[in-house]
Write a protein that binds this ligand. Sequence first.
Ligand code: BG6
Ligand code: MG
Length: 217
Amino acid sequence: MGEKILGVIFDLDGVIVSTDNCHYLAWKRMADEEGIPFDRKVNERLRGVSRMESLAIILERASRAYTQEEKLALAERKNGYYVQLIGQLTQNDILPGALDTLRLLKEQNVKVAIGSSSRNTPIILRQIGLSDAFDAIADGNAIRNSKPDPEVFLLAARLLGLAPANCLVVEDADAGVQAALAGGMRALGVGSAAANPTATFHSQSLQTADFASILNA
Ligand code: BG6
Ligand code: MG
């Protein structure tokens, strides 16, 4: 039996909301324009990874080197396409089980936070109507080191006023599970991280996660 879980820190993309396809389509458009091979398999490697680090992974297949200035322009172009796409998100894009989980945790007086690498976190939360649903928000705008560095989760815990040992992180990215553990927190792996052997708890999605037993573990 571990320390009591007093706060749950949710990754945003792939845990609360389905933005995978928007990221894919935006990167794909930029990569096609540049003649850089990019597919859904490479896209999987971008899960949880910051914008510039994602670009570096895509550029591994580029046929020429890009200057830092060009890289910034490519990332900005992709983000322009991405922001257009997430402008279409609605409450229907909230992933199954997310709202029920938030309700259950509030009933149990467990604090809830967002811990996301995305600098678009405020736009996304607004689109899906969850801007006021969390006690704290730590996102890509507030950190220097992205997952697997624990910085974003440590910030979320600090904003909640909780010790890391009292926090559970919910993640769909292996880099995020690694970040949570590095920060001294427990991790529930869902979606693509559901089979991550290092995660403390596992579930296909928030819909199937047994929070009643996780909170008492
Ligand atoms: C993470 C996504 O949540 O945010 C990554 O899983 C993405 O794929 C990262 O690269 C950064 O997002 P943004 O919105 O700041 O470009
Ligand atoms: Mg994610």
